[in-house]
Structure formats: structure tokens, C-alpha cells
Design a protein around this ligand. Structure first.
Ligand SMILES: *Cc1c(COP(=O)(O)O)cnc(C)c1O
Length: 240
């Protein structure tokens, strides 16, 4: 078994165990392979092992890998998620080359992504990033702003709001990790009351996957536990 193949098996087992413990159906929990800093060959190997959705943080790096993998014509076609900070001069490429964007925290960015979505493509799937621990250096809107922002996004064409994303401050231990994730779940539940398309709660990484499953995550973003450690972080904002 390859390193990645073993990791996929171990992750599937972790997700299954956590789902069982918390009365959830493991098939309702998507596994997003966070492939930032990792080469196209690693992505292809993960794809071969049954993972078809990939998350990237850095546009320039992602563009090269998306082009390479598009040429390799993998089946099923990989689904690309942009999960990093968005500069407004990068929205055109993001809207052209990705299927999902998790890190929307400004109306202006959402509007540009929608306007720049190429004709003929389905609407770009959008998640609002919530700064759940209200960390000053971190991206995301405050919990209080979710309802209003969701309302504003409703009328934009080219995008479709699908839910929320969060990167809580790191904590040790299940109970401590659970707190911000439980807060996210409450915000998500109230958003869903007037957003029928909102079916996605993106939370949980390598270190807090179990707590995220316990609190209703529908999409785990996993890097390290799948592809191994990454080189030292380029910025505290984008790398956890
Ligand atoms: C890097 C990253 C991840 C993956 O984190 P791991 O701890 O390596 O699993 C998830 N989400 C975002 C937004 C990231 O930047």
C-alpha cells in the first residue's frame, strides 16, 4: 500500500468510527483532500484511492496543478475547492477554474466571482467563512453578520450559496475543540431556515475531525493526515 492509500484507509476508519459514535451516516460526510504544497502526482494517487474533491489555498500553485491534472483527464473529473484568502484581482481565475469557494467574506468578492463565472458553467458554489473565534488576524465575517450577508448573496447571479466554513483557533482535546464547532452548527441551522440550498458545513481538519463530525460537519478539509506534513507555513492566516 502506498503512503496515501494507507492514509485514506485510516481516515475513512476515523470518520466511520466518529460517525457511529455520534449517530451520523458516514456517507453524509464528504472528505475534501487539501492538497496545498503537494504535487500533482499526490493528487492523482488520492484520486485513484477514491477521493475526488481537492482543496487549494494558493491560486498560482493551484493553477499549475489543475492544468496538469486536466491534461491527464482523470475520471471522475476532480472537483476543485478554493479555500485560501481571496485577493480581488484573482477572482476571475478562481471563478473560471474552481467549482467551490469556501473563503468568501466580502460582498464585493462574491459579486465579482458571480459576474466573472464563465457563461455555460453552473453557478459557483459559495461558502461564507465565519471567524468563529473572532481572531483579529483571521479572515471571515462575524457570526452576527451571516444572516445579512446570506440575504445579500441571494440576488447575485453566477453563484449559489451552499453554506458556511470555519477555521477555529487550535485547541487541545475533544471537548475544547467542540465548542466553536457547536457554535458553527447553531449558526448553520439558523441559516438553513431561509436558505434551502444551504447543505454544506465545512469544518474539521486533521486535528479536530472527530469533534467536527460530532458537531454536524458535512465536509472535512484534510491535509496532513492524508498527504503528510507540509513545509513551514508561508503565513499564519492560510495554514493551520
Ligand atoms: C491547510 C488547511 C486545511 C488542512 O489542514 P490539516 O491540518 O493539514 O488537515 C484545512 N482547511 C484550510 C482552510 C487550510 O488552509
Amino acid at each position: 500500500m502506498s503512503f496515501i492509500e494507507e492514509n485514506v484507509a485510516a481516515l475513512r476508519a476515523r470518520i466511520r468510527a466518529a460517525a457511529e459514535r455520534h449517530g451520523r451516516d458516514p456517507n453524509e460526510i464528504r472528505l475534501l483532500a487539501v492538497s496545498k504544497t503537494k504535487p500533482a502526482d499526490d493528487i492523482e494517487e488520492a484520486h485513484r484511492r477514491g477521493l475526488h474533491e481537492f482543496g487549494e489555498n494558493y491560486l498560482q500553485e493551484a493553477e499549475g496543478k489543475i492544468a496538469t491534472l486536466t491534461r491527464r483527464n482523470l475520471q471522475p473529473t476532480p472537483v476543485w475547492h478554493f479555500i485560501g484568502p481571496i485577493q480581488s484581482n484573482k477572482t476571475r481565475l478562481i471563478s473560471r477554474d474552481f467549482d467551490w469557494v469556501h473563503s468568501v467574506d466580502r460582498l464585493k468578492i462574491a459579486r465579482r466571482l458571480g459576474e466573472q463565472r464563465p457563461p455555460g458553467r453552473p453557478p459557483l458554489n459559495i461558502l461564507l467563512q465565519v471567524n468563529i473565534d473572532e481572531e483579529p488576524q483571521k479572515a471571515g465575517i462575524s457570526a452576527d453578520a451571516v444572516e445579512e450577508m446570506a440575504h445579500q448573496l441571494r440576488d447575485l447571479s453566477g453563484i449559489r450559496l451552499r453554506g458556511l466554513m470555519a477555521i477555529p483557533a487550535p485547541r487541545q482535546g475533544f471537548e475544547a475543540q467542540r465548542q466553536p464547532l457547536a457554535a458553527m452548527r447553531r449558526i448553520f441551522d439558523s441559516l438553513r431556515a431561509d436558505c434551502p440550498d444551504c447543505d454544506t458545513l465545512s469544518m474539521g481538519m486533521s486535528g479536530d475531525l472527530e469533534a467536527a463530525v460530532a458537531e454536524g460537519s458535512t465536509l472535512l478539509r484534510i491535509g496532513t493526515a492524508l498527504f503528510g506534513a507540509r513545509p513551514a507555513k508561508p503565513s499564519p492566516e492560510t495554514d493551520a
